[in-house]
Write a protein that binds this ligand. Structure first.
Ligand code: SF4
Ligand code: SF4
Length: 378
C-alpha cells in the first residue's frame, strides 16, 4: 500500500489512495479552557443540518465531559483498544500503529457502535475523575480532581479513514478547502465509513439508508463566514480558518500561528494517523499524562505557553485569543496594534478590532449622584 507523510506523527502512514493536498485546509481551533458545555453549538448545528427523519439521534457537533463522557459511548476507549499497548512517541515522533495499519484484507482498523451506544450523548456529564470530599478546595494547577468539556465535530482529516474504507468511493475531499463530504448519490449505506472513523463522526440515517456527516458548513465558508457552531459559541472558544502545511506556515495566519508557530493547539488523538484538522488548546487544570494520551507529546509545552500568556508574557497569543468569537467572518490574518488586536480579511481589510483589556468601571456602593445604595456591591 502507498504511504503518505503525516507531519503530526513525523512519520509515513499507509493510505490506499494518493494523498492530494487541497489548495487550503479547513481547520478549527477550540480553547478547552473556556468551554462551558452550554451545548449552543450542538443545538445550532442540529437545527441547521440534522432536523430530518432518521437524524433524530445525530449530533454532528457534540460536547462530552471528559474523562467519562463519550458520544457514542466509549468511542475513545475503543480507539485505545484498537491501537493497543504499542502506542509509543519518541522524540516527538510516533512509532506505534495507526488505524490505517490494518490487518490483511482490511483497509482500516475499525469497530461499529451499536444502537445503544448512541443513546446517551450526555452520559458522564460534569463527573470528575475521582470522588471528592464535600468542601474540598482545589488550589493547585493541574488539580488532583478534574474534568473538562470536549466539543467535537468531524475532523475533516487529511487522510480520512471514512474515505479510505468506502467501497463505493462515495466520500471525497474538496480540493478547494479539504472539507470531507459524502456524495448521497453514490452512498449505498454499507456503513463502512461509520465503522472506520475512529472519532465516530460518520453516522447512519436509518430512514434515508445513507451515511451522513458534518459538512464543515461549506455554504458558510463559500461566503467567507465561519460555521454555525463557531458563530453561536457562547464561550467564544472557537476560531475557524485555513491551515497551511508546516513548511508553508504564515505567522500572521491565526490557525498557523496557534498550531505551527506557538504550538498551543494540538490535534485530537493524532495517533489515529489521519491528520485530523480540528485543534485543541488543552485545559490547564488537567493531569498531563491524560492529556498526552489524547493530544500527543506537545501538551506540556502548550500548557506552559498558555500559562505564560496568563502572566502577560505572550501578548500576541493573548491578542489572537481575543479574536475568538469576535466576528462571524473568517479572519485570514491578524496583527497587534498597540493595545488592540486586528482581524483582517483575505484582501487585508480590517474586519474587527478588539481591545486587549476590556474597559473596567468600578461602581460605588453609595451613588451620590442618584442618592442610592447598590445592594450587590459590598
Ligand atoms: S473525522 Fe471521521 S468522518 Fe471526519 S474526515 Fe476524519 S475519518 Fe472521516
Ligand atoms: S457553544 Fe461553545 S461554550 Fe457552549 S458548549 Fe459549544 S463549544 Fe462549548
Amino acid at each position: 500500500m502507498p504511504k503518505a507523510y503525516n507531519w503530526q506523527l513525523k512519520s509515513d502512514v499507509p493510505y490506499p489512495y494518493e494523498v492530494n493536498r487541497p489548495e487550503r485546509q479547513f481547520a478549527m481551533v477550540m480553547d478547552l479552557n473556556k468551554c462551558i458545555a452550554c451545548q449552543t453549538c450542538t443545538v445550532s448545528c442540529k437545527t441547521t443540518w440534522t432536523p430530518g427523519r432518521g437524524q433524530e439521534y445525530m449530533l454532528w457537533n457534540n460536547v462530552e465531559t471528559k474523562p467519562f463522557g463519550g458520544y457514542p459511548m466509549g468511542w475513545d476507549l475503543h480507539l485505545m483498544e484498537l491501537l493497543g499497548e504499542e502506542q509509543r512517541w519518541r522524540g516527538g515522533r510516533y512509532e506505534g500503529p495507526t488505524v490505517l495499519d490494518a490487518p490483511r484484507g482490511e483497509r482500516v482498523r475499525g469497530w461499529s457502535p451499536g444502537e445503544r451506544d448512541w443513546e446517551s450523548p450526555n452520559i458522564g456529564e460534569d463527573e470528575v475523575n475521582e470522588a471528592v470530599d464535600v468542601g474540598t478546595v482545589l488550589k493547585t494547577l493541574p488539580a488532583p480532581v478534574w474534568m473538562f468539556y470536549l466539543p467535537r465535530i468531524c475532523n475533516h482529516c487529511s487522510q480520512p479513514a471514512c474515505l479510505a474504507a468506502c467501497p463505493r468511493q462515495a466520500i471525497y475531499k474538496r480540493p478547494e478547502d479539504g472539507i470531507v463530504l459524502i456524495d448521497p448519490e453514490r452512498c449505498e449505506g454499507y456503513q463502512e465509513c461509520v465503522r472506520a472513523c475512529p472519532y465516530k463522526k460518520s453516522m447512519f440515517n436509518f430512514v434515508a439508508r445513507l451515511s451522513q456527516k458534518c459538512i464543515g458548513c461549506f455554504p458558510n465558508g463559500e461566503r467567507g463566514e465561519q460555521p454555525q457552531c463557531v458563530k453561536t459559541c457562547i464561550g467564544k472558544i472557537r476560531l475557524q480558518g485555513y491551515l497551511n502545511r508546516p513548511e508553508r506556515s504564515r505567522s500572521d495566519n491565526p490557525i498557523d500561528f496557534l498550531v505551527h508557530e506557538k504550538k498551543v493547539a494540538l490535534p485530537l488523538f493524532p495517533q489515529t494517523g489521519l491528520e485530523p484538522n480540528i485543534y485543541y488548546i488543552p485545559p490547564i487544570n488537567v493531569e498531563i499524562p491524560f492529556l498526552e494520551q489524547m493530544f500527543g507529546p506537545g501538551v506540556e509545552a502548550a500548557v506552559q505557553s498558555y500559562e505564560a500568556m496568563r502572566e502577560g508574557k505572550e501578548p500576541e497569543l493573548l491578542g489572537l485569543l481575543h479574536l475568538f468569537g469576535g466576528t462571524s467572518g473568517i479572519p485570514h490574518s491578524f496583527a497587534l496594534e498597540g493595545d488592540e488586536v486586528l482581524g483582517l480579511d483575505q484582501e487585508g481589510k480590517e474586519m474587527i478590532r478588539v481591545p486587549l483589556l476590556e474597559p473596567f468601571q468600578m461602581r460605588p456602593h453609595k451613588d451620590e449622584q442618584f442618592g442610592v445604595v447598590r445592594q450587590d456591591i459590598p
